[in-house]
Ligand binder design. Structure first.
Ligand SMILES: Cc1cc2nc3c(=O)[nH]c(=O)nc-3n(C[C@H](O)[C@H](O)[C@H](O)COP(=O)(O)O)c2cc1C
Length: 323
């Protein structure tokens, strides 16, 4: 693989140019620590945080906002429906000294896009995006980034207009997950649009979508010219993916798979309250079980367990049998 070239988002150096994607319910502090135990990506993300609820969440010292010393640099991602919400969220976040603040313009989930008129919903109103970003820029010193999708149809004119708005508002880098809003995570990501965006942008472009291996990562850099590659689901299945991209292919021995899984269960257990921990373990296990010979059955059976202690017992009795 060609040497990975670091890039900058404002004063923040992203080295290696590999980014752990924001994933609601998954990219919490224990998960970021697990990933970092193999190899630190050049940039971590929080999961998306409601800008409107941040004052309340910060007062409660919400676990979703916490991070350790190792989880640096990190972009805190917010979603907001209007400029006021976004501005309040940015100001409140200062307490956490975020290196970067990211605006979610990509989430198609009904709860965010339809009900809260945030995330990918905002792609239908470039004027509103400009208002929100300008309000954020006015309130904070940190670099701002935005994570976008293609919108309602693959349309280069729209991408050009959106990219111009982002740059005019002083956004320091943009991540493109090149699927339509309606596609959620279906169909293939249209990487060619990452290349088009790179050509029309004067700020760094981060490509995202369907990177499943070191070879895919290499192809995304080569085919699109993007500055950074963001990885989501594959990092949950293989928390060592950044180590693999930066070095050698990982030998997936039974001991290795067992030790990584238990390490994460331990981190989650020490961090969350028991019932919350069970939910996080279930979600992680769906992805991780793809590495295991009998993983699907194991993950499916785990989903029906109701209490944390039963969950731990089930794992202790059954994990080794999945290998
Ligand atoms: C469980 C899950 C939660 C996600 N949550 C977020 C989120 O909070 N904010 C966001 O911008 N994207 C979110 N995404 C989208 C990912 O960041 C990423 O764009 C998408 O999964 C495509 O990348 P991948 O193919 O590497 O997974 C989420 C994806 C998944 C699977």
């Amino acid at each position: 693989m060609q040497k990975l070239k670091p890039f900058k988002i404002g004063p923040i150096t992203v080295d290696p140019p590999l980014i752990l994607a924001p994933m609601a319910g998954v990219t919490h502090s224990p998960f970021r620590q697990l990933v970092a135990s193999f190899e630190k990506p050049g940039l971590f993300y929080s999961e998306m945080l409601s800008a409107k609820h941040l004052p309340h969440d910060l007062r409660k010292n919400s676990l979703w906002i916490q991070r350790t010393e190792i989880e640096h640099p990190m972009a805190y991602q917010i979603f907001a429906a209007n400029a006021d919400e976004a501005a309040v969220g940015c100001v409140e976040l200062q307490e956490k000294n975020p290196e970067i603040i990211d605006l979610n313009l990509a989430c198609p989930a009904p709860n965010i896009a339809t009900r809260r008129k945030s995330g990918a919903y905002l792609l239908s109103d470039l004027g509103l995006i400009a208002e929100i970003l300008s309000a954020m820029k006015e309130k904070v010193q940190q670099p701002l980034t935005a994570k976008i999708r293609l919108g309602n149809k693959p349309d280069l004119h729209f991408l050009r207009d959106l990219s111009a708005v982002l740059e005019e508002c002083g956004v320091n880098a943009v991540t493109l997950h090149p699927r339509l809003t309606s596609e959620k995570l279906k169909r293939r990501a249209r990487w060619e649009y990452i290349g088009y965006l790179k050509e029309m942008s004067s700020i760094p472009v981060i490509g995202n979508g369907d990177v499943k291996s070191k070879e895919d990562c290499q192809k995304m850099f080569a085919q699109t010219g993007c500055d950074g590659v963001m990885i989501g689901r594959t990092a949950v299945q293989k928390p060592w993916i950044f180590a693999e991209i930066c070095g050698e292919k990982q030998e997936l021995s039974n001991d290795f798979l067992q030790s990584a899984y238990h390490r994460h269960i331990g981190l989650i257990t020490n961090f969350f309250q028991p019932q919350q921990a069970l939910g996080r373990i279930k979600e992680f296990t769906w992805y991780y079980s793809k590495n295991l010979r009998f993983g699907h059955r194991f993950a499916a059976r785990l989903q029906s367990i109701r209490t944390f202690h039963e969950g731990l017992e089930f794992i202790a009795e059954n994990f080794a049998k999945t290998l």
